[in-house]
Design a binder for this molecule. Structure first.
Ligand code: KIV
Ligand code: ZN
Length: 390
């Protein structure tokens, strides 16, 4: 049975770039956009054109460059924003305008000093106006995570009627629990008249570390687009991490969902974005962290050397990592030492390994990690000479 496609909407260059200190120059944005297109994302949110002349120029240049993906520009529900976005996107092969407004009671009262009825009117006007420029109009209901479902359904119904092709349901503050977010998507699927004409989209922030779980709950309940960033970068605690949602769907065939992403480019893309933004990837980051395929405890190393699948659920090659690494530390066992020593050129007999292991433990107690360069020193201390192994 063929799997249902979930569209990947990458917002590294918009929501991701909002991270303090991560500003990219125009050239860097182009290089990243080209890579995202190659990676297979379906939509690239290239920026917020009215926010600055630099952002306008980047969206225009990315529109020129990108061959396959839709190129999207963000706007508020404001006429001028929409006109400027349309202008920036005018050379895109597949342009999308992403417009919207806050829908939670807190946004309506404190940000807009408005009423629910007025917000619906503004949402309809924004979508209708954007439709005069492009066919593909995505509507975001900002703070949908804290918006009452019944009102959210009314807003969605109104904007679908006005022509919205995608309904973005952002958990802007990263507040929802996965069950809650999933139930919200299900409610909209079941209660918005005309919902079959639009794609529901998950846009989840990571304030409680739930962005990935919430996005997956969303697609399980009928959303068919996920908005995410490389390495999960973004405002505050970040956005949903692209590499995580893609690999969750790939590793769980029972979900019957997949994306167009070429996962073999994930690791390299992660490093590219990290380097250009000057933002390190935490070593224990799922999928792309330096330790994601590194094994250091003796029990795990022994298992992985016998069969990788004992402690790994993903083949590192599938995400572009050369191989699993066996890291030598004081917690490593004989199997790991024998494995790494063999790579360096020492194929040890059982007796030799026993000797070498005693020296290894003394050395390991004094060092955090043992590198390949340290192995000859350990062998020497155990009276084992490389020449006798060749
Ligand atoms: O988090 C959010 O609500 C957003 C919208 C502007 C789409 O980024
Ligand atoms: Zn956001």
């Amino acid at each position: 049975m063929s799997k249902d496609k979930v569209q990947i909407f990458d917002t590294t260059l918009r929501d991701g770039e909002q991270v303090p200190g991560c500003k990219l120059d125009a050239e860097q944005k182009l290089v990243i956009a080209e890579r995202l297109d190659e990676l297979g994302v379906d939509i690239i949110e290239a920026g917020f054109p009215i926010s600055s002349p630099g952002d306008f120029k980047s969206v225009a240049e990315i529109s020129d460059l990108v061959k396959n993906a839709s190129v999207c520009g963000l706007t508020r529900a404001v006429k001028k924003d929409i006109e400027v976005a349309a202008e920036a996107l005018k050379t895109a092969k597949k342009p999308r305008i992403h417009t919207g407004i806050g829908t939670s009671d807190s946004h309506i009262k404190y940000k807009f000093n408005s009423t629910r009825e007025e917000i619906i009117e503004r949402a309809i006007s924004a979508v209708s106006y954007a439709k005069t420029f492009v066919e593909d109009v995505e509507f975001y209901a900002e703070d949908a995570g804290r918006t009452d479902n019944e009102f959210l359904a009314r807003v969605c119904e109104a904007v679908v009627k006005a022509g919205a092709t995608v309904l973005n349901i952002p958990d802007t503050t990263g507040y929802c629990l996965p069950e809650e977010y999933g139930a919200k998507i299900k409610y909209l699927k079941e209660n918005v008249k005309g919902i079959h004409k639009a794609t529901l989209s998950c846009h989840c922030h990571n304030d409680l570390g739930l962005a990935t779980a919430n996005s997956i709950a969303g697609v399980i309940n009928g959303a068919r687009q996920i908005e995410c960033t490389i390495n999960g970068i973004g405002e505050r605690a970040g956005n949903t991490s692209l590499e995580e949602v893609v690999m969750i769907m790939r590793q769980h065939p029972s979900l019957n969902l997949d994306t167009n992403i070429n996962s073999k480019l994930l690791y390299d893309t992660s490093r590219m974005v990290s380097e250009k933004m000057g933002m390190i990837v935490q070593p224990n980051k799922a999928i792309v962290g330096a330790n994601a395929f590194a094994h250091s405890s003796g029990i795990h190393q022994d298992g992985v050397i016998k069969n990788r699948e004992t402690y790994e659920i993903i083949d590192p090659a599938d995400v572009g990592v050369n191989e699993s690494s066996i890291v030598l530390t004081a917690r490593s066992g004989r199997a790991a030492l024998a494995y790494r020593a063999k790579i360096v050129g020492y194929e040890l007999t059982k007796v030799q390994l026993d000797h070498a292991y005693q020296e290894f433990l003394k050395f390991a107690d004094l060092h955090k990690e043992i590198t390949d360069e340290d192995i000859p020193k350990i062998m020497e201390a155990a009276n084992l000479d490389l020449a006798s192994f060749s």
